[in-house]
Design a protein around this ligand. Structure first.
Ligand code: ACO
Length: 428
């Protein structure tokens, strides 16, 4: 007989099924608890709540394990490319050569955006944050492709998926070019996915742009490491927005907004700003760590701490090494890297961080690489979003294929006034 948990409320006992995942994670299924017992569960921040069963990404936060579709992140980082990882996440398996060629071709030939879309970027203020611009632009794709918005039509979904993966780099690059007053660069289909993105970002019509292989490799790596991370804030946003049966573009647009926050993906920009402030104010790393320990939410050690990783973030280990390699190869070992390494060393020995299990996360070193290759800090989170895109898409598709599909709609415990009569304005 399947194992159950028992819950006693007053003199009644309720049997609750236990669900077990393929890696032995266990959950108590409370689907019918309110119906049977008249109570709900309360879990602010969902720290102990599973919102779905998912076959995409496995994380063991205590052992520092991250796998996409069963494959270790270290393995993918060493051997794969971003587009191959995108395929793996979206289609559920590594592609054959024929499958990968067809996928790459389709992505390559959807990179252009509608010519009228240029005016969309042109209409934004010069200092528009690329995350706001990208979220708006992705949402606006629904206006250009009204023929492919049905979340339950497999052909419409597939074309939207390919369009998104193909056009996001073009849109991110356009938002950047607009902010610096340079002409938009049309995508070049003779270049690969990452090389083309770098060309659209840093190329100009006036001279040849040569893609530096060191930079290209670093971007592939960073995109792979960011490609999925199970039910984090932005992914949960994509799922809950998607559960209203809205189209894929709208759900992804919402995910981009969620990612922008400094507690989530926006931390990569916040880290570099923190490092620059420490440098510019002449603070020592020790002085800053002391500030971050005061428990004031506005001065946290950005890039430290994670809801799930309570030992180490495996992505950070890979990025830290890549960061050192890239900066060495480019010959640009920066003061910012030095400060980051000092901060890490001090915090990892400090009881405040140790006792709270706060370790550097994926964002701690990524910004140092982006910075070293000449990316402006307000574009960092858009690069994270580009990496996370296949994960969001895969999660959205899985949501729609779930036999238990339901609109996402949490409950609450009401704590406001009890029944109160309306008071006319003259009597207040
Ligand atoms: N610096 C200083 N103190 C911290 C930090 C930090 N970076 N992170 C957590 N703490 C402290 C909190 O003040 C709290 O202390 P207390 O118990 O004395 O009150 C304790 O550690 C637990 O912190 P919570 O905020 O409750 O932990 P939670 O799991 O909710 O938050 C989060 C995780 C949001 C990532 C948090 O660690 C944080 O704000 N980090 C900095 C921002 C950051 O790097 N975000 C990127 C995360 S990775 C990603 O989303 C891609």
């Amino acid at each position: 007989m399947a194992e159950t948990a028992q819950l006693r409320i007053g003199d009644k006992t309720f049997e609750l099924p236990i669900i077990e995942g393929t890696e032995g994670e266990r959950a108590i299924d409370i689907t019918n608890l309110r119906r049977d017992a008249g109570v709900i569960t309360l879990d602010p921040g969902y720290a102990n709540t599973g919102s779905c069963q998912s076959a995409i990404t496995f994380i063991d936060g205590d052992r520092g394990i991250l796998r996409y579709r069963g494959i270790e992140i270290e393995d993918l980082a060493a051997n794969s490319t971003f587009l191959e990882v995108a395929y793996l996440l979206v289609y559920g398996h590594l592609p054959t050569t024929a499958e990968f060629d067809a996928f790459t071709d389709s992505i390559t030939f959807h990179t252009m955006i509608h010519e009228d879309f240029k005016r969309f970027f042109g209409a934004m203020p010069k200092d528009a944050h690329p995350m706001a611009a990208c979220s708006a632009a992705i949402g606006a794709l629904a206006t250009f492709y009204p023929d492919s918005l049905d979340p339950r039509d497999p052909r419409q979904v597939e074309i939207s998926v390919h369009r998104l993966i193909a056009k996001f780099p073009t849109m991110a690059a356009y938002s950047y070019k607009h902010s610096i007053g340079q002409p938009f660069m049309y995508p070049r289909n003779d270049l690969g996915y990452v090389a083309n993105f770098l060309y659209m970002l840093f190329g100009t019509p006036c001279e040849e742009y040569e893609v530096d292989p060191v930079i290209k490799k670093a971007i592939h790596l960073l995109l792979i490491l960011h490609a999925d991370h199970e039910q984090n804030c932005s992914t949960s946003t994509v799922r809950i927005v998607g559960s209203s049966m809205v189209n894929l573009f709208s759900a992804i647009s919402a995910g981009i907004q969620a990612l922008w926050g400094p507690s989530h993906g926006g931390a990569n920009q916040a880290v570099i700003e923190m490092l620059a402030a420490i440098r510019d104010q002449g603070l020592t790393a020790k002085e800053f760590v002391e500030k971050a320990k005061r428990g004031d939410e506005s001065v946290r050690l950005m890039g430290f701490g994670h809801r799930v990783y309570k030992n180490f973030d495996p992505r950070m280990k890979i990025i830290k090494k890549a960061c050192s390699d890239v900066l060495d190869k480019l010959g640009t070992r920066t003061k910012l890297l030095e400060i980051a390494m000092e901060l890490e060393e001090i915090a990892l020995k400090d009881d405040y961080f140790v006792s709270r299990k706060l370790y550097p996360n994926v964002d701690f070193y990524s910004g140092v690489i982006y910075n070293a290759i000449g990316t402006p800090s307000n574009l960092f989170t858009a690069l994270f979003a580009l990496g996370r895109l296949p994960g969001w898409i895969a999660q959205w598709m899985e949501l729609h294929a779930d036999p238990q599909f339901k609109i996402g709609r949490p409950r609450q415990i009401y704590t406001g006034p009890t029944l109160t009569a309306y008071t006319p304005i003259e009597n207040r």
